[in-house]
Design a protein around this ligand. Structure first.
Ligand code: NAD
Length: 368
């Protein structure tokens, strides 16, 4: 039997050499290892619903800490300062946040504002020399996404997208199984992503701020899920749009879109994205040797799922806590998640969304 030291050494080597989240066991073993990287010091931009959720989740992070805020509402800043012990010097508004460049106590800015603002905000953050973490969708079209990738590359900062499912243990396990060939050749993916959206006056139904309707907000989970579950990039899309409420869902705001994607191996995906139906949060994938089903598949959890081998038993851990600890390791240790979360990954989804909108409008098959 090897010594405890040999055991720890082996564990440390595997923690560094394996992908960051190649399964819950290694995830937690890795997280328990002593490490010398600094804590990722994060400022959140946009103190709304999801920003609040991320801030709360970060209280349990071991490798990341909320240290700053950027908001247009002074009363929110004061409240967050007292709740999260944020010093005055780390508080900014949308006019003055370029001054982040003079603040050595913030490493990254997490942009959690309406989609239509992400691009310009990300470029300003990159120019201030800070790593950019941006919520999904990364931007409202591929042209914007490309500008963001370029700006971050030129500024030599990382660009990461808030794809929290790439850190979720059951999802990670299914991706691991697929990579290990346990489903055989993946053949078919089905994604259903939707909910009934409320207030007609919210930014999510305003084209300039949202870039689109359900597809930008929730349909993107089926697009991204199809890609990480099948392990391929689509080469064509077709799409059909249905609109039952043209007053609420104006021009450019999609209510419901069914879409199909074809992959180089011959695998296909059939997906539904909607703002008008309840209980739609399900992924299914079948290969020639096995299958998986997850329902819910991309909500805040607990995620539930099973495969041809049985129930997925991985524990539920707050997604955003795992995500922010994982992002810290990606930024400081250069580790790779099991499915990418970088700007190029965000851009791939945006190119597919552009193609889906074009296919829905023209009724034609669009090649990617
Ligand atoms: P929200 O409306 O709750 O919050 C948006 C925040 O942006 C508010 O604090 C608002 O004051 C601020 N803001 C700044 N400029 C604004 C402007 N010009 N118009 C409107 N608001 C402005 O929205 P949210 O649900 O927090 O969504 C924010 C981002 O987070 C979106 O990109 C959304 O897609 C993403 N999101 C991701 C997840 C996820 O699970 N990854 C979940 C929810 C939202």
């Amino acid at each position: 039997m090897g010594s405890r030291r040999e055991f720890i050494e082996k564990l440390t080597v595997s923690a560094v050499s394996l992908p960051i989240l190649c399964g819950p066991t290694s995830l937690f073993a890795a997280c328990e290892q002593p490490y010398n990287s600094p804590i990722l010091r994060v400022a959140i931009m946009g103190l709304g619903g999801y920003g609040t959720r991320v801030a709360k989740a970060m209280l349990d992070c071991k490798r990341a800490k909320l240290v700053g805020v950027i908001s247009g509402t002074p009363s929110k800043i004061t409240k967050w300062q007292s709740e999260y012990n944020i010093p005055e010097k780390n508080c900014y508004n949308y006019e003055n946040f370029d001054r982040l460049k003079d603040n050595p106590d913030i490493d990254a800015v997490y942009i959690i504002t309406p989609n239509g603002l992400h691009c310009e905000q990300a470029i300003r953050v990159a120019k201030a020399g800070k790593h950019v973490i941006c919520e999904k969708p990364m931007a409202i079209n591929a042209e914007e996404g490309e500008r963001m990738v370029k700006a971050c590359r030129e500024a030599n900062v990382k660009l990461l997208v808030g794809y929290r499912m790439h850190f979720e243990p059951k999802t990670v396990e299914v991706i691991r199984m697929r990579k290990a060939g346990e489903f055989g050749q993946p053949k078919f993916f089905q994604g259903q992503s939707g909910f009934v959206i409320g207030n007609p006056n919210q930014w999510r139904l305003n084209k300039k701020l949202s870039g689109g309707g359900a597809m930008m907000d929730i349909g993107i989970y089926s697009i991204n899920g199809a890609r990480y579950m099948l392990g391929e990039e689509p080469i064509w899309v077709t799409a059909q749009e249905t609109k039952t409420d043209p007053v609420k869902f104006k021009e450019g705001i999609d209510e419901t879109i069914q879409f199909q994607m074809g992959f180089p191996s011959g695998a296909v995906a059939s997906c539904l994205s909607t703002y008008a139906m309840r209980h739609l949060d399900r992924f299914f994938m079948t290969g020639d040797e096995g299958w998986m089903e997850m329902k819910p598949s991309s909500g805040y959890g607990p995620i539930k799922g099973r495969t041809h081998k049985g129930e997925l038993e991985q524990p539920h851990i707050t997604h955003q806590t795992l995500q922010m600890d994982g992002m810290s390791r990606i930024i400081f240790e250069g580790l790779e998640p099991i499915a990418p979360i970088d700007g190029e990954e965000g851009l791939k989804d945006l190119k597919i969304i552009d193609a889906i909108f074009l296919a829905a409008k023209t009724g034609k098959k669009v090649k990617l």
